[in-house]
Design a protein around this ligand. Structure first.
Ligand code: UDP
Length: 321
């Protein structure tokens, strides 16, 4: 069976990817500096290297272990932080990714699955967004994702290398079997913030903007279950090994859910009101964004299993009860 190195494999999405790889029989090694990764997210069946992606010697050593495919999810991902501290994002997301790519080339590792993001598109010019939509990131975070996609494209042109960039929309939920329990510390995203409010860790949360030109005035996003994302990574690994071509693929459900709808669904799941207040719009938020993910279906045969927001929220709330 092929051997996969999961860089960032102790994180939220990474640990779900590792679970799915192991279930599919892949020999799996996690590479993580544990800055946001968590011990409880490590699987005993997978190897583990604790190291940073800025440590080129450690990367070189890891790649020398007959790795067939690298899945790279070791990115910093807070949009606001990337605007305040671009140097941190340049170093981690740009330099770190270049280090990984160079260590791969130096050791003959030819395939990469890259954790990209819908933030490469910026403000939608049309909806749903397909992969041909122009790339106009409006955050430095989004820029770093678009830039790494470009590096990979050049490496694929110049060298014996190919990649699948997966542009995630809004990742939510947890594995339904509760095998992954490490919750993100200081979450910045809507659903974990709502869950923390519901469980009493926070008193209230803000709804950023209720005057958007949308049916209920709040922003619409495409919430995709993390286990569906994980499945797409495994299919991408298989695809790279089988046909050795590069692809860029959206991963989303193809339908928007508003902040208000997420709140109502969460209240239904939790069985009580969740304290919230209305706050001004957050800078840089498009009113609505959702994916056309037909290409992922065509290329990988992938389709999300979770399409109901309440069902998705239940997989998160189940960890609290
Ligand atoms: N949001 C909100 N309150 C929060 C966090 C997020 O109203 O405390 C809104 C945000 O404005 C956006 C949606 O929830 O419309 C999803 O935001 P998130 O940060 O989770 O993901 P993004 O779409 O920015 O990647």
């Amino acid at each position: 069976m092929a051997k996969v190195l999961v860089v960032g494999g102790a994180g939220y999405i990474g640990s779900h990817v590792v679970k799915e790889l192991l279930e599919n029989g892949f020999e799996t090694v996690v590479y993580d500096n544990m800055s946001t990764g968590q011990e409880v997210n490590l699987f005993a069946e997978a190897g583990f290297i604790r190291a940073d992606i800025l440590d080129t010697a450690a990367l070189d050593k890891a790649m020398a272990q007959n790795i067939d495919v690298v899945i790279h999810l070791a990115g910093k991902k807070a949009v606001g932080e990337s605007m305040e501290n671009p140097a941190l994002y340049a170093q981690n997301n740009l330099c770190g990714s270049i280090n990984i790519l160079n260590a791969m080339l130096a050791n003959g590792v030819k395939h990469m699955v890259f954790s990209s993001s819908a933030s490469v598109y910026g403000t939608p010019q049309y909806l749903p967004i397909d992969e041909n939509h122009p790339l106009n990131p409006i955050s430095f975070y989004g820029y770093t994702k678009a830039a790494v996609e470009e590096y990979m494209s050049w490496y694929a042109t110049l060298k014996d290398f190919n990649y699948i960039a997966l542009r995630y929309f809004n990742a939510v939920g947890y594995a339904a079997d509760k095998s992954i329990t490490g919750r993100e510390k200081n979450p910045q995203n809507l659903l974990p913030i709502i869950m923390e409010t519901a469980s009493g860790k926070r008193d209230s949360f803000s709804i950023f903007g209720s005057d958007y030109d949308t049916p209920d005035g709040t922003c619409g996003r495409d919430y995709i279950h993390v286990s569906d994302l994980a499945t797409a990574h495994v299919l991408a690994v298989k695809k790279l090994l089988a046909d050795k071509k590069s692809y860029v693929l959206n991963l989303g459900t193809g339908k928007p859910t508003s902040v208000q709808e997420v709140l109502t669904a969460a209240e239904n799941v939790v069985g009580r009101r969740i304290h919230h207040h209305y706050a001004p719009r957050r800078a840089g938020d498009p009113a609505v964004i959702y994916a056309n993910a037909k290409r992922a279906e065509e290329v990988l045969g992938w389709k999300p299993r979770y399409t109901n927001i309440e069902e998705i929220i239940k997989t998160t709330w189940n960890l609290e009860i």
